[in-house]
Design a protein around this ligand. Structure first.
Ligand SMILES: C[S@@+](CC[C@H](N)C(=O)[O-])C[C@H]1O[C@@H](n2cnc3c(N)ncnc32)[C@H](O)[C@@H]1O
Length: 490
């Protein structure tokens, strides 16, 4: 049985590419880094791959291309080096029912909620929802009502401080040690410990959740484990306290709001400690809501390995590995469409940023094979290695495309070096017999990304279209902003 998720069951008209709907429902479940809008992906799949044909995303991330392709009856191979990306995608291509997740949640609630909440007990039978910390000291305790609007703020009592201290030295028993590199750009260092990022109380509560999840039957665990990864940033000391953003006019406001975990490992001097149970509950409820209203379709996609997709025995292979090692397994000339958002040089260090998620999942990523320009010197990942790897990718991909096949690459150039990558890519494409057809600007829903406006950067992200046959551009010329030239620079 396959679930048909209402918000995915649409056929985008070309106009939808200029006003994408933003991440809703299942796509909003996990904040995987660098997500692309689904509308252009669906449109390109429908226009560049025949029904039953093969779509490959070799740098798949959270799986939008895989999910979209399966929804419209194409076969899929998705590869990613990040274990978290593959596990999120596997959950989303074959999601559990909302009833199954609700039942799993009910069991976790009865196993862990009371113990977790006892660590936030305040006053006469109350439970704190947030604690405001300034420079390593807890200075305020909040209690919010269910809807999160009205709140009662108090100074911490000796009892509140004593309760906090009880968990100070908590040593994690289930979580593996995280691995961080010295990367000033994301404020990480190899000396960073879990206690720098979480209070002892939060670590203890995260492990209570993990222990309760482990007690569930195997088929119920994954949705809850992934919900925990999706909520972990909000459980950390990296939640900014935002001031001066109130509704008052004139003099501004000193009202404090709860911010969120921003990209990186910043530990703001003024931050919140949020009740771990509340963070987890909110995330699971979001998943349950996204799944409710789904109807079922008789055939679920059959998941298998690359050979089984080659032989059309499986609909989909989702592979955790290095694309350069795994792509060769595809049959030569078998692919209709490569559609991918590759790593953009030094823009987002995916594995370094996903370390907390992978730690919760018990995964150990293959850092050495990541294609990236990293600011962490000890990783020895510079522009030269990056360009060499991407060129190799293009060479392998070309041999796998059939005579009508296309390759769509989502591209952004923040700097001269990533621009050079495009120029090299185009030259390599020429030399391996691929035509550059043109490009179109990628439109995001309002506010979902901050565009780069530095000199020499691109005005937006672009979808670049290469193909074996020269005629593909004709099929795409209705896309808003389509141009047969190269992308426009700022
Ligand atoms: C720009 S992201 C893709 C995000 C995706 N568009 C989405 O919607 O979630 C690039 C991806 O390339 C992956 N990656 C980096 N090096 C890789 C390699 N050698 N093999 C496979 N995947 C790799 C990263 O883990 C990351 O998920």
């Amino acid at each position: 049985m396959q679930l048909v998720i209402p918000e995915l069951a649409y056929i985008p008209q070309v106009e939808a590419l200029s006003r994408p709907g933003g991440y809703r429902g299942l796509y909003a479940f996990h904040k995987y880094w660098g997500k692309k809008p689904s509308e252009p992906i669906r449109y390109l799949i429908e226009h560049l791959c025949p029904e039953g044909g093969l779509v490959v995303d070799p740098f798949m991330g959270s799986g939008i291309a895989a999910i979209e392709a399966l929804q419209v009856g194409r076969r899929v191979v998705g590869i990613d080096i990040n274990p978290a990306a593959i596990r999120i995608t596997k959950l989303l291509v074959s999601p559990p029912t909302s009833e199954a997740v609700s039942e799993a949640f009910r069991r976790i609630k009865s196993a862990a909620k009371a113990a977790i909440e006892s660590s936030y007990a305040i006053g006469e039978g109350g439970t704190a929802s947030h604690f405001l910390w300034v420079e390593g000291r807890m200075i305020k305790v909040w209690q919010t009502n269910g809807s999160g609007h009205a709140r009662v703020e108090t100074e911490p009592t000796p009892a509140d401080l004593e309760l906090l201290e009880r968990f100070d030295g908590y040593t994690p028993r289930m979580l593996r040690q995280p691995r961080f590199f010295n990367n000033a750009r994301i404020n990480a260092s190899d000396a960073l410990t879990l206690h720098d990022l979480f209070t002892g109380r939060a670590l203890r509560n995260i492990e209570l959740l993990l222990a309760a999840i482990e007690e569930l039957p195997e088929e119920m665990r994954e949705a809850l484990r992934l919900s925990l990864t999706a909520a972990v940033g909000q459980m950390s000391k990296m939640v900014f306290a935002i001031t001066g953003r109130g509704k008052t006019t004139g003099a501004g406001s000193d009202r404090i709001e709860v911010g969120s975990w921003v990209i990186g490992f910043w530990r703001p001097a003024k931050h919140f400690e949020v009740n771990v149970w509340n963070c987890f509950e909110r995330r699971v409820k979001k998943l349950i809501k996204a799944l409710s209203g789904a109807t079922s379709k008789p055939e679920a996609p059959i998941l298998g390995d690359i050979q089984e997709v080659n032989a059309s025995v499986a609909d989909c292979a989702l592979i955790n590995g290095n694309t350069l090692d795994r792509l060769p397994e595809l049959q030569d000339g078998s692919v209709d469409l490569f559609i991918t958002d590759p790593p953009h040089s030094d823009r987002i260090p995916y594995l370094e940023l996903s370390e907390l998620w992978n730690m919760i999942l018990g995964e150990t990523p293959d850092y050495a094979s990541e294609i990236i320009v990293s600011n962490a010197k000890e990783r020895s990942k510079g522009a030269k290695e990056y360009t060499a790897a991407m060129t190799k990718f293009l060479e392998i991909a070309t041999t796998k495309l059939n005579a009508q096949g296309s390759l769509v690459l989502f591209f952004n150039a923040r700097s001269e070096s990533s621009w050079k990558f495009f120029e090299n890519f185009r030259t390599t494409a020429d030399s391996v017999g691929m035509n550059y057809n043109g490009c179109f600007p990628l439109v995001y829903s309002a506010g979902s990304v901050v565009q780069d406006n530095r000199k020499g950067a691109l005005k937006t992200d672009y979808g670049l279209v290469f193909s074996r046959a020269a005629t593909v551009g004709q099929r795409l010329r209705n896309i808003p902003g389509w141009m047969s030239d190269i992308p426009v620079r700022g």
